[in-house]
Design a protein around this ligand. Structure first.
Ligand code: SF4
Length: 325
């Protein structure tokens, strides 16, 4: 049996660009352009990168909330894009999503018990007569007061609302949870509580997480393995300790240099990336990062670097390492 609960192989998601009266397709936005990674059972894979690099699209596509443009996703031994609608519906509870914004992702007209229990009823997770008690037990697991089951979302704080979102996801007894920037809308002190809750739940129930974030310090806290994404591709991937001790790709180094250090005596050597992330509709030739890379060489402008393992399960796509620099 595979040790991986999820295997993503050369996944692609292109969005057509249409123009003219007859809406002819004139190009594609290559939001995800062939990325591969695995998530081991009970572990967390952190996916980081700037806004617009395609992280959220990866999460939504691998859950098959939208169709892929190429590649494969294998969940618990099943080819996700090869499943019929009926088969997909059957595995839906096992693959859940927690959204970034706990305000807009909860219906203001539904009491919390309904929000958490809707899917439980739909997928017959527990017998009807145990339904309310089950929802209350899930609320308790997520640090919510079970007797608040009939309250509405506006009666809760931001952190509590995110707990409701987590409760809604775990109530379906999932195996994989895609956490899409789950703490970025929250205060720093609340962020820590939510991260700790996710870790505690993982320890108790063995969930596997894809944790999407632009915040490396949050990712460091929760992940076992980390992938760095730039313009639709993974440019670096390694076990967390290895990546944080020895970042290789110039983009990863720039992201790391921006992590605040809580010590005023430490001098920050920040690497400032110039310019914006290029358009995924018209990415640069060669290495997609070459327009912003301070270490760019001639070869980088024409030839895309190969993404490969340089030891310790540390994958990088950069010509610097091809040339032994
Ligand atoms: Fe920079 Fe070249 Fe490496 Fe790309 S391949 S990150 S441009 S050094």
């Amino acid at each position: 049996m595979s040790e991986n609960i999820l295997e993503v192989k050369e996944l692609k998601k292109y969005f057509p660009i249409k123009a003219g009266v007859i809406q002819r397709v004139v190009g594609h936005v290559k939001a995800v352009d062939g990325i591969s990674f695995n998530i081991k059972k009970g572990s967390t894979f952190g996916l980081v990168g700037e806004s617009g690099c395609g992280k959220t699209t990866v999460g939504r596509t691998l859950l098959r909330l939208q169709e892929n443009s190429g590649g494969k996703v294998v969940f618990d031994g099943k080819d996700v894009f090869g499943l019929s609608n009926k088969e997909l519906r059957k595995i839906r509870p096992e693959m859940q999503l927690i959204f970034q914004d706990p305000y807009s992702s909860l219906s203001p007209r539904m009491p919390v018990g309904e929000i958490i229990g809707e899917g439980v009823r739909e997928h017959n997770i527990v017998p009807k007569e145990e339904y309310r008690e089950y929802v209350m037990s899930v609320m308790e697991k997520c640090g919510l007061q079970p007797h608040h089951i009939d309250r509405y979302p506006h009666e809760f704080s931001g952190g509590q609302r995110q707990r409701i979102c987590i409760a809604r996801a775990i109530a379906l007894k999932p195996k994989v949870i895609v956490c899409d920037e789950p703490v970025s809308a929250l205060d720093v002190s609340i962020q820590a509580q939510i991260i700790n809750l996710l870790k505690d739940l993982q320890e108790e129930f063995g969930y596997s997480y894809l944790f999407i974030s632009h915040d490396l310090s949050v990712v460091e806290h929760i992940s076992d393995e980390v992938g760095v994404m730039y313009l639709g591709n993974l440019v670096e991937k390694a076990p967390k300790e290895e990546l944080f001790a020895n970042p290789k790709h110039p983009y990863t180094k720039a992201l790391f240099s921006a992590i605040p250090v809580p010590d005023p005596t430490v001098k920050m050597n920040r690497i400032v990336l110039e310019g914006d992330i290029p358009s995924p509709a018209n990415p640069p030739a060669g290495c997609k990062f070459h327009t912003r890379c301070k270490e760019c060489m001639e070869i980088c402008k024409t030839q895309a670097p190969v993404y490969k393992d340089y030891g310790n399960d540390h994958y990088v796509a950069c010509h610097l390492y091809d040339q032994g620099k």
